[in-house]
Design a protein around this ligand. Sequence first.
Ligand SMILES: Cc1ncc(COP(=O)(O)O)c(C=O)c1O
Length: 390
Amino acid sequence: MKYDFDEVIDRAHDEFSFSAKWGLWAARSLDLDELPEDTICVQTADMDYRTAPEITEDLKKAAEHGIFGYSMMNNRYYEAVCHWFHERFGWDFPAGDIIYTSGTHTAVAECVKRLTDPGDGVIVTIPCYSYRGDVEPNGRVYVTVDLHCEDNYYTVDYEAFEKACAEEKNTMFVLCHPHNPSGRVFTVEELTKMTEICRKHHVIVVSDEVHCDIIRKGVDFQPLMKVVGPEGVVACTAVNKTFNLAGLAMSNMVISDPALKERFGRTFGFGSPFGIQAVISAYTKGGPWVDALNEYLDDMLAAFIDFVHEKMPRVKVRMPEGSYITWLDFTDYGLTDDELAQKFKEQHMVVSFGKGFEPTDGHQWVRMCLTSPKSVIMEACERMYRAFES
Ligand SMILES: Cc1ncc(COP(=O)(O)O)c(C=O)c1O
């Protein structure tokens, strides 16, 4: 393989790392000021692999340019975004439909502020990566609808979903597709049915598709807007997850529905020259790297899932259809939240606990983002085994 995903890179100590995942944030989650040397962090959707070398090479050139004044997206930027979605998904939209934001949360929060009214309800199907912080501080109501779960496989409960959409005050639905934390990639049929319900009740769909490029072998991801057309739909995309570029804070919304576009209004924003260049390089040169990444993740995720199925059968987990996120159910051990947390802490592992994703069937869930070299992930498996089975 042309790219090296096996290299173990010290993100905790390297002078130029500044990693949130491996820094103070992680240490404090263990009630410490510094992470123990041998800690394994799998709590954040951020990868421990270097980005595509093609991007880094171009960023070096951007650094050598030496002038870092106010910078804005140019035509090359917008063409690169259109190019990527055309080439990878056959989804076409004009450059004028792209709206830059500094991150997906900013994008969702802007949609909430501009496309709903104070007091309106914003629907989210749970368990879900949380958008509460984009909704409630803006004076809107966070409305949750349970997904249906069978054998760890999540599907939409259309009856409950339609009931929420039919409430007059509920005017927006934030769809997480691929779904974090379950790893579901919704089918064309599911996407169509959810949108039909939303359109019937005049509910705008904001589709967060930031994990769209990280798709497991044999799974077909389809962008919502490509499937259902632009009416009443906003798409949120980013290079952040795909290329491990979240630190450059570059996201793009696509709004192609003329009425929605008008209501959303104009935006004006500067970006960083590094962020702008990174998007151009990623979307024009990064395809082979993403393909290699997906191949690596397929193999590593399969090894992790096999280990859990064989050695820890009391833990329920499925191979995600999209993303590198695994959602593990530890309910069978009958532990309290504190006992569960203590087990991981003792093994020097930083994970995300389920309650942040609001599952209604108890909190004995753990989310792990498996984005480290395979050797590290297999060591994490051994530690889990020691903590729970020996
Ligand atoms: C589904 C989903 N949406 C949004 C985000 C945050 O993205 P951003 O850094 O672009 O705000 C994450 C990060 O984990 C995510 O998993």
